[in-house]
Design a protein around this ligand. Sequence first.
Ligand code: ZN
Ligand code: ZN
Length: 408
Amino acid sequence: MDKEMIRKYAQLIVKAGVNIQKKQILVIFSPIECAEFTRMVSQFAYEEGAGDVVISWRDELSTKIRMLHAPEEALDEFPAWTKELHMSYALRGAAFLSISASDPELMKDVDANRMSKAMKTKNLALKDYADRLMSNKNPWCVVSVPTLAWAKKVFPGMAEDEAVEKLWDSILVSVRADAVDPVAAWEEHKSNLAERMEFLNSNNFKYLIYKNSLGTDLKIELPKNHYWLAGSEHTPEGQVFIPNMPTEEVFTLPVKTGVDGTVVSSMPLNYNGNLIENFSLTFKKGRVVEFSAKKGYESLKNLVETDEGSHYLGEVALVPNDSPISNSRTLFYNTLFDENASCHLAIGKAYPCFKDANELTDKDFEERGVNDSLEHVDFMIGTPDMEIIGVKDSGEEIPVFRSGNFAF
Ligand code: ZN
Ligand code: ZN
């Protein structure tokens, strides 16, 4: 791997990812394996004038030990100080960086019910924090750095060093750190995504109809005045940031009760350290009425049954089959990458994708059909033969996807 490119990546995250402002605090959630990279990010953040850098380390193997052995009642508890860490800095306007790099099958020996209990406890405790981030009140950014366990899963059969190196290369290319000027490369990428956004926004579709040979046959209603987003977001104060690096998606939200038909997954889903594979969901008036999975059925069941909102969808995202991550023909077992290789939907909470989102109340959200849940889990549905038709208010039909790619 190229050390200089890794430095450029760290710099890119600070400058364009969270876009740290003078005196702003940066909170980093980092696996201990990624310490070297996290230190580099921290150094660049101070150089850019960060008010402070606060690092919250995690060790997934310790988490696994807890998940296997802690008494049942411990899983109902979430440390008050961890909640305080998130909320106190959020209220002070901090920027949040998460490094996503878990072993995709870390929790495969853990009872799915214990897992879901602990996740629910965590999501409930951090609900206010998640609400703030999902409505972009704070700048936030999710990136990845290879770990050995993850690299071995992505490139099985390869020598350990080689697998890690290969994963580094894949990540660096996908985030354009190989460009001469990565920050400028992102500006160009964002303007390409903006063209797709404009097409979708100007058509203001009422429905999208999905069909492919896997068995997907789904009709999704989009809310009035919905807005498609892509690339970067901004806080109410106007701080521009990039929530996901890489990102190839253009996304909006569905009407909570406006989804009908069946959708079939096209990639395995890594849900809290368990893989769910070859699954399908059937919706009636937005609600999941039936589901199946060839692998990981218990995990899927726990996901769907987390709360009322997890029976509904909260995101509609379009990614062409012909995109850099998809063309790498690599299955990353990490949603940050896999979602950017494929059209996807999310189970659970919706991002309020409206132009006037900042002026809307919870009641307005409910009236517009914005779903709420403790969960927001993307799952991949794109295939090379995916056809998507957009239906306008007038009934006019316009092809949006043809053979897996944008039709315009
Ligand atoms: Zn997405
Ligand atoms: Zn999502």
